[in-house]
Write a protein that binds this ligand. Structure first.
Ligand code: SF4
Ligand code: SF4
Length: 437
């Protein structure tokens, strides 16, 4: 694609990087066939190619984002399905990240959008606040349908309440910070990202991870002062907040690396159990590539980051319980498109005796996408229904996935359809098969 930027504009490294990405797009349109919003809405401007065109125009003109650009970029799920499809290797992820940051810096959203986005950005990444908010949501949940009919904020608030759990799980005995050591000899040491929203909504995911790794002789460190990895606000274009959160985590993990080295040990990996977080942490190296203080540390952290199933892929696993259940495996977009992890989760489950089935149209997003299901409830609802229909076609006994957002979204879809099937994190099934809770 030909671009038209002035030399002065290209002095900005971020713009220079985006211009380079824009030039790789050849307009072929292959990506439209796998873009969930194009499939649902049928509008070229809601396709990757259309969005690339809008972003190009916005950056070339060097002006504030317009309502049209914001509408179509906001509808993008950042699912990255287009990147898997694109034969020219267009780095849409970093292009849309840049566009979102530009929107955030130059566009004044209507008050209700600002309020909703500020609420999400100041609640979800902070477990204590989030837990309190969930207690409030529990009380308001029975009125979700009524609240959903309120003008302006109703739809988003209704969607948020529908996704809230009926009860807030009790804190887990495995909640960090702390060191969780295996009973026998220590074969390796890893750090675990316990996560922000996940640690409140589904503490059993971390507990299962710790039990499984301990059984394998792996010591787990949940570092003190852990915070959010920055993924949630990153996708909202809140660059300063996401970079601050990312830098904090880089410092936290760098201290753990140094501590291990001081003890003559080695931190073998940073284990991630939410693929949305994994994609962002693996991108720290790119995020801070121009930062003299953080570039090296960030690259080290990105290199250590591993999804739990990636880490388990070459480990000996033997079921201690009768398995053989039919499991529909839903591959989160951040897992398959963001991190290109496609086989490891299924392989791990199969090794333990589960019958794993791929979901038809598995490359299409379930509509969760971080905060998308609260910010774009209508499109998200359509994608949820589409995903649920595809999953139920398999008649599974269980559904497994590696991202809490997808778990919540799919469980709600099944509930709406009246065919609830247990939705579990992959590591919970591994833990159960190995004899855990
Ligand atoms: S990231 Fe997903 S929703 Fe956005 S343009 Fe690409 S395929 Fe479409
Ligand atoms: S498939 Fe790739 S090269 Fe073709 S239009 Fe889409 S982004 Fe551009």
């Amino acid at each position: 694609m030909q671009t038209n930027f002035s030399l002065a504009a290209l002095a900005d490294p971020a713009l220079q990087a985006s211009e380079k990405i824009l030039r790789t797009c050849v307009h072929c349109g292959f990506c439209t066939a796998t873009c969930p919003t194009y499939l649902e809405l049928g509008d070229e401007l809601d396709s990757p190619r259309g969005r690339i065109y809008l972003i190009k125009k916005m950056f070339e003109e060097g002006e504030a984002a317009t309502k049209e650009v914001v509408t179509h970029i906001d509808r993008c799920l950042s699912c990255l399905s287009c990147m898997t499809t694109c034969p020219s290797g267009v780095d849409y992820m970093h292009l849309v990240d840049h566009a979102r940051a530009h929107i955030e810096a130059t566009y004044r959203r209507p008050w209700h959008q600002r309020a909703m986005r500020a609420l999400l950005a100041n609640l979800l990444p902070y477990p204590r606040r989030f837990r309190l908010a969930l207690l409030g949501a529990m009380l308001a949940r029975p009125f979700a349908a009524l609240i959903g009919r309120l003008p302006v904020l109703g739809k988003s608030m209704g969607a948020m309440l529908a996704l809230a759990p009926r009860t807030v799980p009790a804190r887990s005995a495995f909640e960090g910070p702390g060191v969780f050591s295996p009973l026998g000899a220590r074969k390796a040491r890893v750090a675990l990202l316990s996560g922000c929203a996940q640690s409140v909504l589904a503490p059993n995911i971390n507990a299962a991870t710790i039990r499984v790794l301990n059984r394998l002789g792996v010591e787990i460190v949940v570092p003190e002062d852990e915070g959010c990895c920055g993924a949630l606000v990153h996708h909202m274009g809140r660059e300063a907040q996401s970079h601050a959160q990312a830098k904090h985590m880089i410092d936290v993990w760098s201290r753990e690396i140094a501590r291990a080295e001081a003890e003559g040990a080695r931190l073998e990996a940073i284990i991630i159990t939410a693929s949305g977080c994994g994609t962002t942490i693996k991108d720290y190296a790119h995020m801070f590539r121009g930062d003299p203080l953080y570039a090296e540390k960030a690259a080290r952290i990105s290199a250590l980051a591993k999804d739990i199933t990636e880490y388990l892929a070459d480990k000996p696993l033997e079921a201690a319980r009768p398995t053989g259940q039919v499991v529909a495996y839903h591959s989160a977009c951040s897992m398959q498109h963001g991190q290109k992890i496609t086989e490891a989760p299924k392989m791990v489950l199969r090794k333990l005796g589960f019958i794993v089935k791929d979901v038809p149209e598995g490359h299409i997003c379930c509509g969760s996408a971080g905060t998308y299901n609260m910010l774009q409830p209508e499109i998200s609802g359509r994608l949820r229904a589409r995903k649920t229909k595809n999953i139920t076609r398999l008649k599974p006994e269980l559904i497994a996935t590696g991202n809490l957002g997808c778990m919540t979204q799919i469980a709600l879809g099944l509930e709406e359809k009246g065919t609830p099937v247990p939705v579990r994190h992959t590591i919970e099934l591994v833990d159960w098969a190995l004899g855990g809770n």
